[in-house]
Ligand binder design. Sequence first.
Ligand code: SF4
Length: 150
Amino acid sequence: MTHTNISQDEPIYSIGTAARLLHISVHTLRMYEREGLFIPYKKDSNQRLFSKKDIERIECIRRAINESKISINGIKTIYSLIPCWDVIECSTEDRKVCKAYNGHTNACWSYKHPKTICENRECRTCEVYNSFGDCSSIKEKIKEITTTNI
Ligand code: SF4
């Protein structure tokens, strides 16, 4: 299989290769993961692998940091505003106990969600995580949701 035939979602790059493609250190990449900025694919051995889509997502994070001068905490705050509750349409009861709904410091995929509709959700493949991965898509997706709800 040539690289051009590989789908955007297929995890193919090791953390070292991903770091090289992004021109950052493995240490920085690990720190972004710890901060909940992205979720890599994990093999059973716990080895992280990255897809082309993951690389684009992290490039977007890098642009926000380097060009827009947004801090990591700023990016996390922006992610915390993503209205997962409208995408997933969780219940009022879920919202009462959900840290993602009630907090404003972390992306919803950074939390565990016991006793909610998201309890067993696999965040890496979740519509929320994937729909809001790219900087420009965040605003478009929010427009789509708010238009639907008018
Ligand atoms: S994380 Fe799940 S349960 Fe919590 S607000 Fe978002 S959609 Fe609702």
